[in-house]
Write a protein that binds this ligand. Structure first.
Ligand SMILES: Cc1cc2nc3c(=O)[nH]c(=O)nc-3n(C[C@H](O)[C@H](O)[C@H](O)COP(=O)(O)O)c2cc1C
Length: 169
């Protein structure tokens, strides 16, 4: 899904992240808590998520608020990941400038030496999940003659009832 955030000086940034879970009324993804997206969320927790499915002429756009999930939840998922992904999480200072590819590979090798394959790799403190609690979900379906369907579910907050409105395409 495509995650957009609003950072410092109203600077919008956007990137793809993997939707890992839909639970507790929200959409969960995992990342580095020091990354550019995490810094933006720190300043402004309002985000959007976009799921484009061009082949099906379908789109779902979600607007909501991101909050960090609990450490035990993040640890559970981290532990389930392949060893190389776990080591990669230790090696990457995501979104910080990197002098060379070699530097990244050296950091990977250093972490791999510390936690060899088969050993229990601890979750880095700077790594974890966010859950996006939606306040608006819009479903768009392409149809004949550009008479597309657009239905938006909206609610005032994450405890309120959803209101459904159809919009002109
Ligand atoms: C298909 C795909 C999936 C990705 N999944 C993730 C993800 O789950 N978490 C993540 O932090 N970055 C993921 N990325 C990398 C991000 O798009 C992005 O480059 C990175 O998170 C740094 O973003 P930032 O500097 O805006 O924080 C993915 C990229 C692609 C193309």
């Amino acid at each position: 899904m495509v995650l957009s955030t609003l950072g410092e000086k109203e600077h919008i940034s956007t990137r793809t992240v993997l939707l890992k879970d839909i639970s507790e009324g929200g959409f969960t993804f995992f990342t580095n808590y020091s990354s550019r997206k995490a810094q933006a969320i720190e300043l402004n927790s309002q985000v959007t998520l976009l799921f484009p499915w061009f082949a099906m002429e379908r789109q779902v756009s979600i607007s909501g608020f991101a909050e960090k999930i609990s450490e035990p939840e993040s640890t559970d998922y981290f532990t389930s990941r392949p060893w190389s992904s776990q080591i990669g999480a230790w090696a990457s200072a995501q979104s910080a400038p990197l002098a060379s590819r070699e530097e990244l590979e050296q950091r990977f090798a250093g972490a791999a030496e510390k936690w060899p394959e088969g050993s229990l790799v601890p979750k880095p403190p700077h790594w974890g999940g966010y859950r996006v609690l939606p306040i608006s979900i819009e479903f768009w379906q392409g149809r004949y003659s550009r008479l597309h369907d657009r239905l938006r579910y909206e609610r005032a907050n994450s405890n309120a009832e959803w209101e459904i409105t159809r919009y002109y395409p």
